[in-house]
Design a protein around this ligand. Structure first.
Ligand SMILES: Cc1cc2nc3c(=O)[nH]c(=O)nc-3n(C[C@H](O)[C@H](O)[C@H](O)COP(=O)(O)OP(=O)(O)OC[C@H]3O[C@@H](n4cnc5c(N)ncnc54)[C@H](O)[C@@H]3O)c2cc1C
Length: 445
């Protein structure tokens, strides 16, 4: 499951990018199109999956409003078209003395070995392994809650959701208290977007003929948040607008609600209340992958992110860089760190491309400055709310509705442009618009 040119050429600079997500795949593609194509360096991408999907689309797959097949991008094909090498497997560590990345054996779904344990040499290593949700050690999360970190998680959630609806429709006895009750833990952008999307798609699935379910009476969406308001990381005005929309949709919002335990049939809060639920999603908190913690003596913070200098170099090894969610990158204006967002991963990938060109030209590296363009939260087809910040308008402006929706869509378009270029993106956008009418509105995975 590797690209054809599997041998490293010792005469060429070896640039290794680990993680083909929002940041890493853009970087590998753009490096391949430039230094890789011109034979000035060999660019290698390592990812544990075979295909890329832009993570902000996961809630749409979970809710059934997006077809995974039309948005997933195969790494092997991308590497062929964009002149980089692709190695499948999970990175387990790094040997900094030998400048080698350690990659574990890749075993397929049926237990067969595809690629063995191996090492990949680097001159420049860019870590872009993203983040995962942080359950803060809450009992029951691993056993009873679903997460939304990978396409497999999202597909599994969708399957369970549809099965729950079909089961409820088919059964003759009354519904149990937890049946058709959904609990989403974490009212950040992921939780809010999922709640709005689920409200719409569950009604569409029911309309396919599951007429023994009354969505207004039988189905309940609970959004549980430990902070005093939804979207706690965003400006208060955004929370208020979102709260009003969720109330209109009948989503039950529980704020100041700390989860003490997740159980098989509901969520227990620290004040003793129990919220019955059949489908429980954990969408609170983020941390970088555990294997980064003290990896080969590199500096990490309390959520496992690699601490980097403004040049994006890790603090203890100038040959190792980190971008995206797995990097703790200073944000001096806010006296904090760049937030884990797709727009940050996109910007850092662009800056990293420049850094590699500077390294190859023997020029000094330049510091990265995060430009905050604001935040946008999609409430499905109901609305999009957001604020535009600093870099874009020189202040902060609250936006909502069609314009906000366009801005939200443009984030994904920027990612697609970095991966495919303008011609393909334009043609694909037209094709999607034309086929939308003939496709079913909800995907049942
Ligand atoms: C449901 C959801 C909705 C979101 N919505 C938004 C949004 O609306 N706006 C926004 O700005 N941000 C959003 N985000 C956050 C955004 O997705 C991330 O900030 C962004 O994807 C980070 O990019 P990245 O390149 O750092 O990592 P990722 O995109 O997560 O990519 C990491 C890659 O590394 C690979 N990988 C991980 N570990 C290893 C390993 N050990 N070895 C090999 N490969 C590995 C993974 O397979 C993956 O391909 C959302 C996130 C989620 C989960």
């Amino acid at each position: 499951m590797d690209s054809i040119s599997s041998v490293q050429d010792p005469s060429l600079r070896q640039i290794v990018v680990v993680g083909g997500g929002a940041g890493g795949l853009e970087l590998a593609t753009r490096l391949g199109n430039t230094v890789g194509k011109r034979g000035r360096a060999q660019v290698t991408l390592v990812d544990r999956r075979r295909a890329h999907l832009w993570k902000p689309k996961l809630h749409e797959i979970a809710a059934g409003s997006m077809d995974i097949a039309s948005h997933e991008l195969d790494y092997l094909a991308q590497s062929h078209w964009h002149h980089f090498r692709y190695k499948i497997g999970e990175m387990s560590g790094v040997d900094r003395d030998k400048q080698e990345v350690k990659v574990s054996a890749f075993i397929d779904d049926e237990g067969a070995l595809v690629t063995p344990n191996r090492t990949i040499r680097y001159d420049t290593l860019v870590m872009a392994v993203g983040s995962q949700s942080n359950d803060f050690g809450t009992p029951g999360v691993n056993e009873f809650a679903m997460k939304l970190e990978t396409p497999e998680h999202a597909t599994r959630f969708n399957r369970r959701l549809v099965n729950a609806l079909v089961r409820a429709h088919a059964q003759t006895e009354p519904l149990r208290p937890e049946q058709l009750q959904v609990a989403i833990i974490g009212a950040g952008a992921t939780g809010v977007e999922l709640a709005a999307e689920l409200h719409r798609t569950t009604r569409q699935v029911i309309a396919y003929g599951l007429d023994r379910i009354d969505p207004e009476k039988d189905l309940k969406l609970n959004l549980i948040e430990a902070a005093p308001r939804v979207l706690p990381a965003l400006p208060e005005r955004l929370s208020q607008a979102t709260d009003a929309l969720l109330a209109q949709l009948g989503v039950q919002v529980h704020v100041n609600a700390r989860v003490a335990e997740v159980m098989s049939n509901g969520v227990k809060l620290s004040d003793g209340r129990v919220i019955p639920a059949e489908l429980i999603v954990w969408a609170a908190g983020v941390k970088a992958p555990d294997f980064l913690k003290e990896m080969s003596g590199l500096e990490t913070n309390r959520i496992n992110q690699l601490v980097v200098l403004p040049t994006l170099q890790t603090t203890r090894d100038p040959k190792i860089f980190a971008i995206g969610d797995c990097a703790a990158c200073p944000w001096p204006e806010k006296k904090g760190f760049v937030p884990p967002r797709a727009q940050a991963a996109h910007q850092e990938a662009s800056h990293m491309l420049g850094q590699i060109n500077r390294i190859m030209a023997g020029r000094p590296l330049t510091p990265y400055r995060y430009r905050d363009f604001g935040s946008l939260v999609s409430l499905g087809e109901y609305s999009t709310v957001g604020n535009l910040m600093g870099g874009l308008i020189g202040g902060s402006l609250m936006i909502e509705g069609y314009f906000a929706r366009m801005m939200y869509v443009s984030l994904y378009k920027m990612h697609e442009l970095a991966l495919h270029g303008p011609v393909k993106v334009t043609l694909e956008t037209i094709a999607r618009m034309l086929t939308r009418r003939t496709e079913p509105h909800v995907k049942l995975h």
